[in-house]
Ligand binder design. Structure first.
Ligand code: GLU
Length: 363
């Protein structure tokens, strides 16, 4: 069975003055240690480096400039990790600090290396304590508060469950701080239905995520067959309850895993570097027939992609899916709309597929 991935948002890791919330961290580490002692593998994904750095530096307001956020994170990260390390070590659990970037996950070889290292740590019964490497990347600082990172880690390791701990009891029908009639949504089986709710982007002055990024993270995990729970990190016992399947927070049950790990990576982790526009016939064939994309169905290319890059395949205003292009944009431009035999004469390699079906996922 894969690990339980526990993600802690900035607002439950640190208080408004940037001091670690020792009560919260102690109960989370207690629960993590109990799961670990029961034979489960545990991974912690934690935000709060910026918040802790703000505390150390005496900054009252979260900086706006990206370099200041990155520098504040560098100040806070060591102390943040130390708190987990101390709390888990006294509970008999060894930890490892792991700093990942989006690039580590979007480049396939880095992705595989990250997976191998994390798996090795789990085999050694070590609890990885993961944050984004904020010094070199800004994806989660800009938006996400590590929610996407946690979902990616869960997918990477085939997690048993993703538990997203935040400062509210879960997903509400409206912002509970603004609307007293807001109700907790205990179960989300249909992501489309959430469109009717007013899901805000920001929940605290400390982090950058909010409920929106949690819902997207849950959507990513559940599509990979991993159940997700959004719950209040301040409530002790919440992780054990989530793992035991008890009613706690908002539960997003696993959906049938429709994709291989490669396709999940392509769908959720690999950024698109360009666009291939296709005609109606090709869009239908990709959607209904599960076919490869041939030059004959392509009407335009754009964005400056290279061979091997991921590209969005679009028809009109709709994104049909994402795939790895066999050819660079300039190579495909020469063969737009051409039948395979003509296209083959003009393409530098034998394959006439612009995108092979094995390297394509529907949106
Ligand atoms: N990596 C960031 C941190 O640990 C994420 C939180 C944020 O988005 O502010 O502080």
């Amino acid at each position: 069975m894969g690990p339980v991935v526990i993600k802690l948002g900035s607002s439950i890791v640190c208080d408004d003055a940037g001091h670690p919330r020792s009560d919260v961290l102690a109960h989370v580490c207690d629960e993590a240690a109990t799961l670990h002692a029961d034979g489960r593998d545990v991974v912690i994904v934690t935000s709060g480096a910026i918040a802790r750095g703000m505390g150390v530096l005496g900054l009252r307001m979260r900086p706006r400039a990206i370099d200041e956020l990155q520098a504040a994170s560098a100040v806070g990260q060591g102390q943040l990790y130390q708190v987990y390390d101390e709390l888990l070590t006294v509970r008999g659990v060894a930890t490892a600090q792991v700093l990942l970037t989006f690039f580590d996950i979007s480049a396939r070889t880095h992705y595989l290396n990250a997976r191998q290292t994390l798996q090795r740590l789990l085999d050694w019964r070590v609890v990885p304590v993961i944050n984004e490497n904020d010094t070199t990347t800004t994806d989660e600082i800009s938006f996400g508060d590590n929610d996407f990172l946690a979902a990616q880690v869960a997918i990477l390791l085939g997690a048993e469950m993703l538990v997203l701990l935040t400062s509210t009891d879960g997903l509400f029908t409206a912002d509970p701080r603004l609307d007293p009639s807001a109700r907790l949504v205990p179960l989300v089986e249909d992501f489309e239905a959430l469109g009717a709710l007013d899901i805000r982007q920001t929940t605290s002055t400390l982090g950058s995520g909010g409920m929106r990024s949690k819902v997207v993270a849950a959507e990513m995990a559940t599509a990979a067959g991993i159940p997700a729970v959004v719950a209040n990190g301040r409530t002790s016992g919440v992780i054990a309850a989530a793992v035991a399947g008890e009613r706690v927070g908002t539960r997003f049950p696993a959906r049938e895993a429709a994709y291989s790990s490669f396709k999940l990576w392509l769908k959720y982790a690999k950024p698109a570097h360009g666009t291939i526009t296709v005609d109606a016939g090709a869009a239908r064939a990709l959607r209904d027939g599960g076919t490869s994309l041939l030059p004959v169905g392509i009407t335009a290319v754009g964005g400056g992609f290279d061979a091997g890059d991921a590209v969005d395949v679009v028809h009109g205003d709709e994104v049909v899916g994402k795939g790895i292009s066999n050819y660079a944009e300039a190579e495909l431009r020469r063969v737009l709309g051409l039948k395979s035999r003509q296209a083959r004469d003009l393409l530098p390699r034998a394959s006439e597929e612009a995108i092979h079906r094995d390297y394509f996922v529907l949106a």
